[in-house]
Design a binder for this molecule. Structure first.
Ligand SMILES: [Zn+2]
Length: 213
């Protein structure tokens, strides 16, 4: 029996989340069973992005429905004493959105999409931000505001890796930064920081005034 508790770090979509967004639970048999099976093609897409973002050679991602203690959880990274295990979990839908996007990147361009497609661009950009967010947890970061800021600054990279043109990747980065990130200030304040800005403490590229990428 493992004695240490594992801190589970999550990314939340938005709205209506209660106060605490990190909690502890032991590694479960369900985690081990998920990791024991081969990755699906959708999981491989997320793994490829996470491997490039982290520089780690063998990241495992598993897409699975998660019913946790609070709603709107998109991803979960188990950590123990500040150490992650090169795997994270994402809600099944998040992986599906990444696969949709990679299948046809131009179709979902926020600047030019058909109305029937545009309604999914918010979901798609949340999925992009989630895979980036969890990747920073794999690197050992545990401060959710810092991790989410880094994730936001990596949306363009995720979009680009999945096939977006440079300008489309920028459009997705701005979609998240301009429309979704400000909501965090009131809805999930643990994930928001005034330092998440050009020149702020969480600016990954302080020498550049381009923002958020
Ligand atoms: Zn997190």
């Amino acid at each position: 029996m493992r004695s240490g508790a594992v801190l589970i770090l999550v990314v939340l979509a938005c709205a209506y989340a209660p106060g605490a967004q990190a909690f502890a639970r032991p590694v479960t048999a369900a985690d081990r069973a998920l990791l024991a099976r081969p990755a699906t093609s959708e999981e491989r897409i997320a793994e490829g992005v996470a491997e490039r973002l982290t520089g780690h050679k063998a990241v495992s991602v598993r897409c699975t429905p998660m019913n946790l203690y609070f709603k709107n959880v998109l991803g979960v990274t188990p950590m123990l004493n500040g150490h992650a295990f090169d795997y994270f979990l994402m809600q099944t839908n998040e992986c599906t959105y990444l696969a949709w996007f990679r299948e046809s990147p131009a179709r979902w361009d926020p600047r030019t999409c058909a109305p029937s497609d545009c309604k999914y661009t918010i979901d798609i950009v949340w999925a992009m931000e989630t895979v980036a967010h969890e990747s920073y947890h794999l690197l050992g970061y545990t401060n959710e505001a810092q991790v989410d800021c880094y994730g936001m600054q990596s949306v363009w990279f995720v979009a680009s890796r999945l096939g977006a043109s440079a300008s489309e990747a920028e459009a997705f980065a701005h979609l998240f930064a301009d429309r979704l990130y400000p909501l965090r200030r009131t809805e999930t304040p643990l994930y928001w920081s005034p330092q998440c800005r050009d020149g702020g403490a969480y600016d990954l590229r302080p020498a550049s005034h381009a923002w958020p990428s």
